[in-house]
Design a protein around this ligand. Structure first.
Ligand code: SF4
Length: 460
């Protein structure tokens, strides 16, 4: 069950006659990363063209709008506002005219020193048009005295702390960059003679692109008519800090992120959970969709059959109208319903990815018990979420996180479960390593479980 607000998704393409169309499709595949707004900026090497809006990709872009996005290169963005409000001005890509020409920028992540940088820039005369941290990068680029765009971007990014996967579109090139700790994913692929970039490989599958490799942490890649070139001016001695929640919840299971399959990793989380917290029951029940892959793993390991005791309504958008009649747990019932034939008189193990505030979990368990289940044992495929994220995920304030001040037993009582088990941090680290091509076990950010942040946080 989605309990965190998602972050942002990026897509870019260079040198393809259908650049805007494919960007539109790529953004569709990345819609799970942000549903508040989306935008595309294209280039025909003379001019840049832009279309943006609030809402879902399918609501914003019509055929007429896509037709206006001329040229062979484009970048696109889906957003959930993690820094800055959710109005149109904050929707990306942000499009600006500078002394070096027109430029568009799309950002996934969150700068942890944005306030400090902004204050300094304002004291030196900069005027900000949005409250987005991405505009800080634009002002730093504009302030640089360097000759080339690339050198100006390097100048700007060297001053930035925190999480950023970025795409820049100029009239004749795309530049992609990833912060030195690599918080957010960014991958590079090809379609014949074109290059494509995306937050997740599921976008490549839709446009039939071949994945080449990840943009490395601290790497800046330039794509222009000469081909592709790379430099790593941002790399430093800091340990990598890939966001482990990309594997637990954010990324789509059909994607590969940080060198491993999200689906296989998520299933392994369930297997490990079954080893750490076994219990006898009639069925393993996933909370759809986030708990499905881990529930399959739990079921395989425990040899307890998997059943769909909860069904999700995929077509519900935002609902503004509530019935006047007081329907208990209305919000959860809009998204989920129980299957009584499965749950009645059964002992069940319910699998989900995390518990944030605990209110949704409590309502789901109530719904399962109302359907006749005699025992409900909750298993969570991550450790207790105790602290907020400052790297581009909109988690609630620390004081709203149930695990921040309640013990596991206290949480169990609050959510009305018969037992509750969380995956251990060690089990989580070992599971993400299992299907990775690289030695990444200790290269993950796990700060929302440990409160040990990989960077300084100015707003804590
Ligand atoms: Fe990911 Fe949590 Fe780190 Fe944020 S704090 S980057 S959600 S692991």
């Amino acid at each position: 069950m989605a309990k965190f607000k998602e972050e942002c998704g990026l897509f870019g393409i260079f040198n393809h006659p259908e650049a805007a169309n494919l960007t539109y499709l790529g953004l569709h595949a990345l819609q799970h990363r942000g549903q508040e707004g989306a935008g595309i900026v294209s280039s025909d090497e003379i001019k840049l063209y832009t279309e943006k809006g609030i809402g879902l990709v399918s609501d914003i872009f019509s055929k007429e709008k896509i037709d206006k996005l001329q040229g062979n290169s484009a970048i696109g963005h889906v957003r959930y506002s993690t820094a800055g409000s959710s109005d149109l001005a904050n929707t990306q890509p942000i499009y600006v005219t500078s002394s070096m020409g027109k430029m568009a920028i799309a950002h996934n992540g969150n700068l942890t020193n944005a306030n400090k940088l902004k204050k300094h820039l304002e004291q030196n005369g900069a005027i900000f048009q949005t409250d987005s941290d991405t505009e800080v990068i634009i002002h730093l680029i504009a302030k640089s005295k360097k000759k080339s765009f690339l050198d100006r971007i390097i100048f700007a990014l060297k001053k930035c702390e925190g999480a950023y996967s970025l795409l820049f579109l100029m009239k004749d090139m795309i530049i992609a960059a990833r912060d030195p700790r690599g918080f957010r994913p960014l991958v590079l692929g090809t379609i014949k003679n074109s290059y494509v970039l995306a937050s997740e490989t599921c976008a490549f599958d839709l446009v039939e692109a071949e994945t080449l490799r990840e943009i490395k942490a601290g790497e800046i890649v330039t794509i222009n008519e000469k081909g592709i070139s790379s430099c790593s001016p941002l790399e430093n001695q800091n340990k990598k800090a890939f966001c482990i929640f990309e594997h637990i919840y954010f990324s789509r299971p059909d994607s590969y992120v940080f060198g491993s399959s999200v689906y296989m990793t998520r299933k392994q989380l369930g297997r490990q959970l079954a080893k750490e917290h076994p219990i006898k029951a009639d069925y393993v029940i996933p909370v759809p969709d986030s708990g499905v892959a881990s529930a399959i793993g739990y079921s395989e390991e425990s040899r307890i059959p998997l059943e769909l005791g909860l069904l999700r309504n995929h077509y519900v958008g935002r609902t503004f109208i509530e019935p006047q009649q007081n329907i208990r747990n209305f919000g959860v019932k809009l998204k989920l319903n129980s299957i009584k034939e499965v749950l009645n008189k059964k002992k069940v193990i319910v699998i989900d990815d995390s518990i944030v505030r605990g209110t949704t979990c409590r309502k789901i368990i109530k719904m399962i018990k109302d359907a006749g289940a005699t025992e409900v044992h909750v298993r969570i495929s991550s450790p207790p979420t105790k602290d907020s994220c400052y790297y581009g995920i909109d988690t609630p304030d620390k004081s709203d996180l149930i695990a921040n001040d309640l013990s596991v037993e206290q949480i169990r009582r609050y959510i009305l479960a018969d037992s509750l088990g969380y995956l251990s941090l060690r089990g989580l680290r070992n599971s993400v390593q299992k299907f990775s091509k690289y030695n990444v076990k200790n290269n993950y950010c796990v700060a929302c479980f440990t409160s040990k942040y990989p960077t300084e946080i100015e707003s804590r």
